[in-house]
Design a protein around this ligand. Structure first.
Ligand SMILES: [Zn+2]
Length: 289
């Protein structure tokens, strides 16, 4: 089952305990999944889990079982015919904090979607009118969740960007299992990223030290050809010889080959002096050549 399906199933199973929240969620279903029907409102959905919730909620709130049927034409869609319109609608439905969450849940179950965590962080609601989209955005803002809004064909999309906003929405609507799964995924991903950064930094350090060693050997070869290593002061001659003997070790390891051993910075200092000599020789060579 896809992550989106697991979220949908979990939210479909979450039945609000408070009467006010039951009204709120049914009002959201009517606003986002409703169309005119014989008894006033017909709710439609493509998911069996969501249809079951619509049915149970309508029965709880209206005190009467709604009629259910498969919708002709569109395959796999169900219709729940409410015997009467939900008694609460509009702002009254989500005025209280507890009800706002239930309303968001009903709206998301109606036409919401969420990406697979591996595919990126995207969660959205789809609304039929800009007014409904504004309502959702305002509700999300009430709980500190920032959302964007954009037209899509005949509809309006309210979308959340970023793992934090999505985690907060899962928490608010009661998708606690999905939230745990989401957080686990984020922790793993963060760890993977951190390891990649370390590996990359390590690789770039190795590259730097190899490039530096190649340059040092080139300098020493030049000094050898133009001046002769025996003309160097003893400390630099030793450094040149050790580097030629161990061309592929780091400066720190190179220091261990000296007798007595040298620190990395002492080796580095000698290599810089060799580099300056090579630079002078090169300049003279160019000037005279
Ligand atoms: Zn409530």
């Amino acid at each position: 089952m896809e992550f989106a399906e697991r979220v949908r199933h979990e939210l479909a199973r979450a039945m609000p305990k408070r009467r006010c929240c039951q009204h709120a969620e049914l009002a959201a279903f009517a606003a986002f999944s409703g169309e005119p029907g014989p008894g006033g409102v017909r709710l439609t959905a493509g998911s069996a889990a969501v249809v079951r919730k619509m049915f149970s909620l309508a029965k709880l709130v209206l005190g009467e079982a709604p009629a259910m049927r498969r919708q002709g034409g569109r395959r796999g869609r169900f219709a729940v015919e409410l015997p009467q319109p939900p008694p609460v609608s509009g702002e009254a439905a989500y005025a209280r904090d507890c009800c706002g969450r239930a309303y968001l849940r009903g709206a998301w179950l109606s036409r919401g979607s969420i990406s697979e965590p591996e595919a990126g962080y995207h969660l959205e609601f789809v609304a039929g009118t800009p007014g409904q989209a504004e309502t959702l955005r305002g509700l999300l803002a009430r709980y500190g969740v920032a959302a964007g809004m954009a037209p899509r064909k005949a509809d309006w999309v309210v979308y959340l960007k970023g793992a934090d906003a999505i985690a907060e929405l899962l928490r608010l609507t009661g998708a606690h299992g999905a939230l745990l799964e989401w957080e686990d995924f984020r922790v793993l991903k963060e760890m993977r990223n951190r390891i990649n950064r370390l590996v990359n930094a390590e690789t770039s350090n190795v590259e730097k030290s190899v490039t530096a060693a190649l340059k040092q050997i080139e300098d020493i070869r030049l000094i050898e050809a133009e001046l002769g290593l025996d003309k160097l002061p003893p400390s630099l001659r030793e450094a040149a010889q050790v580097r030629l003997a161990y061309p592929d070790v780091s400066l720190r390891d190179l220091g261990q080959r000296f007798d007595p051993p040298l620190s990395k910075s002492a080796v580095n200092h000698r290599m810089r002096r060799l580099a300056r000599i090579a630079e002078d020789l090169q300049r003279n060579k160019t000037a005279s050549g």
